[in-house]
Design a protein. Structure first.
Length: 272
């Protein structure tokens, strides 16, 4: 679905994630005249963008009812925001939430029965168009609404749909929290390089570029991660020596499994 012929869109919240999505939509051809943005304290960048592009920023009234509403506010203020703006959202509009931990049931209590609701979990690389967003829809969401949501969310990278909302806590643990695991890996590699005798700036640069480059190779290659790892590992070489430590019982594979399980558990607790 092309954004160039897209119907009216309402974005609620133009902070870091919402602002990145907004810029991505405009770059992909979303007509500014069809876009309304509500944010109580828009940044200077968003205000300037509205002035330059011509989309509606904090209008007193929305003259054209939106077909799709993207709610990109922090989870802790989601209930207050929806309580304030729900009356401005037509029952026919699909509501797309990008707030972690807010279930479809939690969102639905702000709307009339049958409101189409899509719960999503993006991750921070979506801010540069290189993330992945996982979506689950309520039973009232149509195929066309799913297509529309996909088109908007693809501004942040890949989009995947699941049918079982219970999977969202595990999704959050793997991809939502996942960038932090990768950043920690880069930190640990840099610290290990320093311990091995490298200057701190060189160690940090080697770790950063290696992690980002390996990620890009994984993204663009037809081979899976296991195959790529084996391709780098020569028998009896330096990589094999390192991997024997990292893959030993109780080391990286088991630690990652425990970490994802802990994040999944915490996600269920936060969702209530």
């Amino acid at each position: 679905m092309s954004l160039e012929t897209f119907g009216p869109v309402l974005l609620i919240g133009a902070g870091k994630m919402g602002g990145a999505m907004l810029e991505g939509w405009l770059k992909r051809g979303l007509p500014p005249a069809s876009l309304t943005v509500l944010d109580p304290a828009p940044s200077a960048e968003i205000t300037a963008l509205a002035s330059g592009q011509g989309f509606h920023l904090n209008p007193v009234t929305t003259t054209t009812p939106p077909q799709i509403v993207v709610v990109a506010v922090k989870p802790q203020v989601m209930d207050d925001v929806l309580a304030d703006v729900a009356s401005r959202i037509p029952q026919s509009a699909a509501v797309v939430s990008v707030a972690a931990g807010k279930t479809i049931a939690n969102l639905a209590r702000h709307f009339p029965p049958g409101q189409p609701i899509i719960r999503t979990i993006p991750n921070t690389p979506a801010a540069i168009g290189r993330g992945i967003t996982v979506c689950v829809a309520s039973g009232s969401v149509s195929g066309d609404q799913k297509d529309a949501a996909t088109a908007l969310l693809e501004a942040g990278g890949d989009v995947a749909w699941i049918d079982d909302e219970d999977m969202m806590d595990a999704v959050t643990a793997v991809s939502g929290s996942g960038p932090a695991y990768v950043f920690l890996l880069a930190e640990c590699m840099a610290e290990a390089g320093i311990a091995a005798g490298l200057p701190a700036d060189l160690a940090a640069r080697l770790a950063s570029v290696t992690v980002s480059g390996a990620g890009e190779l994984l993204r663009t290659s037809d081979a899976d991660a296991s195959t790529l790892r084996k391709n780098v590992t020569s028998p009896g070489g330096t990589t094999e020596a390192a991997l024997k430590v990292l893959m030993a019982p109780g080391a990286m594979p088991e630690t990652m499994t425990k970490a994802v399980a802990a994040a999944t558990k915490r996600g269920k607790e936060l969702a209530g």
